[in-house]
Design a binder for this molecule. Sequence first.
Ligand code: C2E
Ligand code: MG
Ligand code: MG
Ligand code: MG
Length: 292
Amino acid sequence: RAKAEGRNGWRFFAAAMDARAREAMQIEAALREGLARGEFLLHYQPQVDLRTGRITGAEALLRWQRSGQTLMGPGRFLPVAEETGLIGPINEWVLGEACRQAVRWREAGLPPIRMGVNLSPVQFRRQDVAAIVLRALAESGLNPAQLDLELTEGILMEQAPETAAVLQALRARGIRISVDDFGTGYSSLNYVKNFPIDRLKIDQSFVRGMTTEPNDAAIVRTIVELSHMLRLQVIAEGVETEAQLLQLKAEGCDEVQGFYYSEAVPPEHFAEMLRHPVALPRATVAQDAGPP
Ligand code: C2E
Ligand code: MG
Ligand code: MG
Ligand code: MG
């Protein structure tokens, strides 16, 4: 009986693998088509300075709008894009579009903000990242100081010497470098020491637990302190509640990003937020206001 089940199990597994592979191939074909047809778009999530309560940056987050379907987030298609290398051309488009959008906002008279763009480890393996970034800046006319590249620790881990040189070159032009999902990698402190970095983004997993789990609170506090001792900026991701916001403010965190303030929104909506900022709770921005 066990043997029969085993065999059935294998058959089931093989069929499932087959279905998975087929689905990946379908997604790959659809991604190619989507890129050619202009089905990708960017939503922007605000990054808010805790001292002033103002929006100081946007993170560009990729979305895919296939005709007749609901808007898709990157979790569904990014893995296939990375496996197939399509992430290269897709992310080239992301860089170009994010830079153009930042220039459009500036030309509309909105306050200049930093534009954050996520890069993929696959790009560092397959593409001349420095050339692509510099081209996006030149073609859009965006001030390099307004561009903020978000790198995961995966990128820093994989190709240390070459990556450091690429980042050094970009930074020499004034471009800023942030480490995304900080604290989730294998040797975070090593990256901080060996790479030219401007900012750490505290991973949302630590922020989620920080008001209830002493360990998460300790990790958040440590990252904030580390950042300041190294003269880096620090931003907390995934801030969803006022309690988290207040605690981050108390810890001296520079900026926050998360659903508490706003999710990622279409560019027109983001422009509205820049025009009419939503006030953060008074206690988080007033210099002298202690806890109530
Ligand atoms: P990430 O760079 O860490 O981006 C933050 C993700 O957390 C976004 O998910 C954002 O919508 C979500 N998020 C923001 N605030 C909150 C919050 O308060 N609570 C919770 N639960 N989630 C929050 P999204 O848009 O689904 O993106 C997922 C990941 O996909 C990103 O993680 C990034 O690694 C990747 N990604 C997105 N756009 C691009 C892109 O253009 N290129 C590349 N290479 N990767 C991208
Ligand atoms: Mg990011
Ligand atoms: Mg992140
Ligand atoms: Mg993340």
